[in-house]
Design a protein around this ligand. Structure first.
Ligand code: NAD
Length: 481
């Protein structure tokens, strides 16, 4: 069993001062595979100190030199491809194919921000056109400084890459805190830092939980910005802590995203997209399209196509080829989802498919892929993020009703529109209040496109140039020409 009792600070693995240890599980075998320190505030202090010391030289290095390190991260991740996919599948319960996507998207992100880092050098000292005569003004893009990056458990390699790559590209130094539920994949980032000779203190990685590391990191006066991905409950606490010292935050929070299927859609094709939107990673995706709004003319055909596909899903060992759906990542998350299933039973929701339709594997934190139809909008299952393989559906009679119901949510992370007419799908999509709109596709996320939510789904954007801007301060230098 692996013991993660050390913290990566200033390019050295040092013993954590934390006295509590937390279990890290294999959710398929239901067995402990590691123990991780819960960390403590003195670990945070040492890491922030190292990051502060390293920041000026990292900034002075310039974007071209920083880009070479980002390429180094990408290359080193690629050389470890097989072992990382196995590790991710083991710690997360993701099927191999999904663990591969987590890794490949992370690699693409490091490569994308290597290009952005190079371009940053040419953006320094951009002239500003001012109307006042005899005055010269230039704009510079300076790194924010030291940033605290806090990641969740559902896509460890990609959620850390979306923060770490732009932060390093911008010239920030970093204290990264992986989720204590799935800390194993992100440990590789420290090994890579040593392998590629990243200057000491540029990346510090602290193992631990919210109490030991997360909260002290968000409170620390030496941290200029926190970038957080996780639940709304914790995101709000992070924002409060940061507000006490006017530190800035980026928040990537929860979602309850709609998928609209119009009457001109092919129900068989639409069913493939609906499946991809909710059963990928067993529904543990912030952008899962978990509310299905289907036009009444195609509703029965779509439910039939979905039932057929759900019956064909293979649940089992994430490491086995051919597994479509792994277990929930933790026993706690299975309990959370189970509570919603119990509410559904109390509310008398109609299940097209649920646990009564299949036998679950006899080990692992599994839940049956579930589809409820005709779900009332007042139901908690319609309103709240479930974060599991549970799709709630209801039919609509018009495009206007679909749009109104789609936007009737506290969240606004993503939305999908399926129509036989792509122009119509795009037009509907433009009307929706969400950060990512997919038309006739699902979960299409590329490094060049922005990621982030409207409403309670968060503050700020990751990816693309916006993801880099999140780690830059704009300043101008102005005076007589
Ligand atoms: P979580 O909020 O429980 O934990 C996220 C991280 O915050 C973990 O590293 C945790 O240790 C840390 N943390 C806990 N308490 C803290 C505190 N007081 N201060 C600072 N840090 C603290 O979330 P989770 O269960 O790991 O992830 C699931 C949630 O993440 C879902 O709501 C999902 O929608 C959201 N999510 C959002 C996105 C997005 O891009 N919008 C992506 C992935 C996940």
């Amino acid at each position: 069993m692996q013991l993660l009792s050390q913290q990566f600070i200033n390019n050295q693995w040092v013993a954590s001062k934390g006295t509590r240890m937390l279990d890290v599980m294999n959710p398929y075998r239901e067995e402990r595979i590691a123990q991780v320190t819960a960390g403590d505030a003195s670990d945070v202090d040492a890491a922030v100190h190292a990051a502060r010391k390293a920041q000026p030289a990292w900034q002075a290095l310039g974007g071209v030199a920083r880009a070479a390190y980002l390429e180094g991260f990408a290359d080193a991740l690629e050389t470890r491809r097989e072992s990382l996919i196995t590790l991710s599948a083991t710690n997360n319960g993701k099927p191999l194919m999904e663990a591969g996507i987590d890794l490949d998207d992370a690699i693409a992100c490091y490569r994308y921000y290597a290009k952005q880092a190079k371009a940053l050098d040419t953006r320094q000292g951009e002239p500003v056109n001012v109307e006042m005569e005899g005055v010269e003004a230039r704009t510079y893009h300076d790194p924010v400084g030291v940033v605290g990056l806090i990641t969740p458990w559902n896509f460890p390699l990609v959620t850390s890459a979306w923060k770490l790559a732009p932060a390093l590209a911008a010239g920030c130094t970093v204290v990264l805190k992986p989720s204590e539920v799935t800390p194993l994949p992100e440990q590789v980032l420290a090994d890579i830092a040593l392998e590629i000779n990243l200057p000491a203190g540029v990346l510090n990685l602290l193992n631990g939980d919210g109490e030991g590391i997360g909260a002290p990191l968000t409170r620390h006066p030496g941290v200029d910005k926190i970038s957080f991905t996780g639940s709304n409950r914790v995101g709000e606490a992070v924002m409060q802590a940061a507000s006490a010292r006017t530190a800035s935050v980026s928040l990537e929070l929860g979602g309850k995203s709609p998928i609209i299927v119009m009457e001109d859609a092919d129900p068989e094709q639409a069913a493939d997209w609906v499946m991809a939107g909710i059963y990928f990673n067993a529904g543990q995706i912030c952008s899962a399209t978990s509310r299905l709004l289907v036009h009444e003319n195609v509703a029965e055909a779509l439910y039939a196509a979905l039932a057929e596909r759900m019956d064909a899903l293979t649940l089992g060992d994430p490491l086995a080829e051919g597994t479509d759906l792994g277990p929930m990542t933790s026993a706690k998350q299975r309990e959370t989802v189970q509570r919603y299933l119990n509410i559904a039973a109390q509310e008398g929701l109609t299940a097209v498919r649920d646990a009564t339709h299949r036998t679950l594997p006899d080990q692992g934190y599994f839940l049956a892929p579930t589809l409820y139809r005709d779900v009332p909008v007042e139901s908690r299952l319609w309103q709240e993020e479930i974060f599991g393989p549970v799709l709630c559906a209801r039919s609509v009679v018009s495009e206007a009703e679909a749009i109104a119901l789609a936007d009737d949510s506290a969240y606004g992370l993503a939305a999908t529109v399926i129509s036989g007419d792509p122009e119509r799908a795009k037009r509907i999509g433009r009307k929706l209040k969400a950060g990512s709109i997919w038309y006739n596709s699902e979960q299409l996320v590329l490094p060049e496109t922005a990621w982030g939510g409207f409403k309670r789904s968060g503050i700020g954007r990751e990816l693309g140039p916006w993801g880099l801007s999140a780690y830059l301060e704009v300043k101008h230098v102005i005076g007589p020409a």
